[in-house]
Design a protein. Structure first.
Length: 509
């Protein structure tokens, strides 16, 4: 029988279990970015374009986001321990199948199933952490888990790059298998006696169906729009209509249903609404940069997956140090000011990236990554505090879940949109450059004089034009992202000043 009262752990047992739950959280968040640097390898191995290869990233993020609103119902219906053990086991199984996938379509299917399994790991690990940790140590335990949330997206490209270059991209998935098995077995053996109470709660199947419908249609539209020439394709038009109708129907249903799967009533609070919008646009821009930079480094700068991952990983060096400082500051400094400063720094860094050129040195790439590690915690930490403090205590869990849902979905949409913009800007830049190439015949003659055949000289000239087109396109996308972040930096002041000191939520991810 489930226990009526919390049964806290102590000493080594407590520390070990907290570390176990943090490991599960780390694994689920890690897989949002671990394949970012492997996309060119996956695309080449499965004979698809790099743009199609990004489906591997977005499919996982969308599937994970869909399951987040379900986590509370799953825990109440089946028990948090059982849900987490099954989710961890499923995560390992589908990670294995991802590595074995023979085609992109099968890989995307398994990534969706992996995302469905990974979604509950994050909230369940927090639920169980709160259940086993004495109140006096809860903040320390939550701090450890928050650290894994910050580190995992940064460690992803580094680990993924090293595995991809050394043993192949499937190992970016295989690495999850032993960890998942260990987590599932240990959670069940250590925590099953501390299972949470279960009750039969109704689930909003209509709302869930509409949620999956409009998000799925929108994501498929975004992923396929570039290849099918967007709205010139009837397929894309149909998807757009389905997504729009599904979204409107979802909003109407959720606002009127007695047991909505997503509690949209929290948007009546202006602070929460502003924070949600800030989260959506900032995370879309942020994920766009952490996808585009590795792609650019590998396709245009001859970086390996490992070296591209190393560049991205520098972001975590200062981020780990600034995050605890930001957590201390939010109760002493206007959190809107902290967010605005952090976003202003991110906008300046992104604007600096518009000056990237093909002669950039490694350390010129590292500096903006280091500074990003300062800007993100200054934005992210106070946003979490403000978004939860803005709603009544009874809706805290709903607000935290919805913010996490928005964060994950924004990352998926930002990835899809940015790669499309990047491809379009590359085509436009190539056409412009090709029209401006002067004395192309003399260039060909010079190349031939250096021992190249006419065909080799033409190919060499074409490669140079393409390389410069990619560089110009990358800079143009960074400029749009910088404008977006700067607009959010100004927009956070639309939120009213907090009436009381803001603290980090005691739960939520």
């Amino acid at each position: 029988m489930p226990e009526q009262e919390p049964n806290y752990l102590h000493g080594a047992a407590l520390f070990g279990t907290i570390a176990l739950l943090a490991l599960a959280n780390f694994m689920a968040v890690l897989d949002l970015t671990i394949v970012n640097v492997a996309v060119p390898h996956i695309a080449g191995s499965l004979a698809v374009s790099p743009n199609e290869g990004t489906w591997v990233i977005t499919s996982y993020a969308v599937a994970e986001a869909i399951t987040v609103p379900l986590s509370g119902w799953l825990a109440a219906r089946f028990g948090a321990v059982k849900v987490m053990a099954i989710a961890a086991a499923g995560f390992g199984l589908f990670s294995l199948l991802c590595g074995l996938a023979p085609s992109l379509s099968m890989l995307v299917i398994f990534r969706v199933l992996q995302g469905f399994s990974g979604g509950p790991l994050m909230p369940m690990s927090q639920t169980l952490l709160m259940r086993i940790t004495p109140p006096a140590r809860v903040q320390q335990a939550l701090g450890l888990q928050t650290m894994t949330t910050i580190l995992a997206p940064i460690a992803g490209p580094l680990i993924g790059g090293a595995l991809t270059d050394s043993v192949g991209w499937p190992w970016a998935f295989y690495i999850n298998v032993p960890i998942s098995i260990f987590v599932a077995l240990m959670v069940w053996s250590v925590l099953r006696s501390r299972e949470t109470l279960t009750v039969k709660r109704p689930i909003d199947f209509v709302g869930l169906g509409l949620l999956i419908l409009w998000i799925g249609a929108l994501q498929i539209m975004l992923d396929n729009g570039q290849d099918k020439d967007w709205f010139a394709s009837s397929f894309i038009v149909v998807l757009a209509v389905i997504s729009a109708i599904g979204f409107v129907a979802f909003m109407i249903w959720e606002l009127t249903d007695e047991h909505p799967i997503v509690d949209l009533s929290v948007f009546r609070f202006r602070t929460f609404s502003v924070m949600a919008i800030a989260m959506a646009f900032t995370m879309a821009a942020f994920f766009a940069t952490i996808v585009l930079i590795p792609l650019w480094l590998q396709t245009n700068m001859n970086y390996t997956a490992t070296s591209a991952g190393e560049v991205m990983a520098w972001q975590g060096v200062l981020g780990v140090m600034v995050a605890p400082i930001a957590a201390l500051l939010i109760s002493r400094v206007d959190p809107r000011l902290m967010m605005s400063v952090g976003l202003g720094l991110l906008a300046a860094i992104t604007l600096y990236r518009t000056s990237f050129a093909q002669n950039m040195t490694y350390w010129q790439l590292v500096v903006p990554q280091l500074l990003t590690g300062i800007g993100m915690p200054l934005f992210f930490v106070p946003l979490l505090g403000l978004s939860v403090a803005a709603v009544p205590a009874a809706q805290t869990a709903s607000a935290a879940g919805l913010i996490n849902f928005i964060r994950t979905m924004a990352g998926a949409f930002g990835t899809a949109l940015s790669t499309t913009l990047w491809d379009n800007a590359t085509v436009t830049a190539r056409v412009d450059l090709a029209g401006k190439v002067q004395n192309s015949q003399s260039v060909l003659d010079t190349l031939q004089a250096h021992g190249l055949s006419l065909q080799q000289a033409i190919q060499n000239l074409s490669d140079m034009v393409q390389s410069q087109a990619v560089m110009l396109a990358t800079n143009r996308v960074f400029f749009l992202l910088a404008l977006t972040i700067a607009a959010v930096a100004a927009g956070v002041w639309l939120s009213p000043r907090p009436k009381a000191p803001v603290a980090l939520p005691s739960g939520g991810h």
